[in-house]
Design a protein around this ligand. Sequence first.
Ligand SMILES: C[S@@+](CC[C@H](N)C(=O)[O-])C[C@H]1O[C@@H](n2cnc3c(N)ncnc32)[C@H](O)[C@@H]1O
Length: 226
Amino acid sequence: MLDVDHKSYWGNYYSYFPALSRYIPLGEYARRVRPRACVLGISDGKFALPLLRAGWEVVGVETDQLFLNGGELDLVDGHHDIVGLYDRIAAEGFEDRCKVVEQDYMTLPAEADFQLVMGSGLWSMPPNRQHTLRELVHHAMNMVAPGGIFFGEYLIALNDDERQCGYYPDTAGMQEIVTRPGWELFENADLGIRGESHLGYEQWHYHRYAAAIVHRMPLPSAPTPK
Ligand SMILES: C[S@@+](CC[C@H](N)C(=O)[O-])C[C@H]1O[C@@H](n2cnc3c(N)ncnc32)[C@H](O)[C@@H]1O
């Protein structure tokens, strides 16, 4: 069973990530086939480390130096020592299977060469507001290889500001975005409201979580000669 890495700074914040166990190769098959995942906003490895432990190769995209290189944080809930992604990868000997790209993922080519592309809680962040939600999600989906999976964890609006900005769709809005020729929607779930406080939003607040899991259909194969 896949689970998040609970030692990550983000480890105890809710995620639907374990549900991916139903759709992606794990165990001996993954260790032999070495499928490739792209984790958008890899941060300190909450999702990347479990995928690496399960045998995947991971390309992580991130621009936040604190979570890549480590450091210290003093927040309303106390002091946090952040162990950066690079140290966490090295501690488990995954350097050869994890490549980190320190860039905005919207500047990367989308070449349909990953068996899994995933992002969680990033589309509403300020740097992404130069793009529409549709552009952000479609660019990520375009990185998925035929036969692969897109996992998009997003937030549903809880107030007027969130409703009007366009980055907190309801499930119908997200369904409209991910419904594309050649794609099949496996799940699009409203996962409920949770209270939290964290870096970037320390005042106690609520988020309504949701996630879409979408499958890129395999290309039709040539008929086998009789
Ligand atoms: C709020 S954190 C969430 C961390 C973790 N993924 C989780 O869900 O618990 C989102 C991360 O995505 C990164 N991020 C946001 N937009 C990005 C983009 N366009 N390209 C690369 N990284 C991005 C941020 O720097 C941040 O570290």
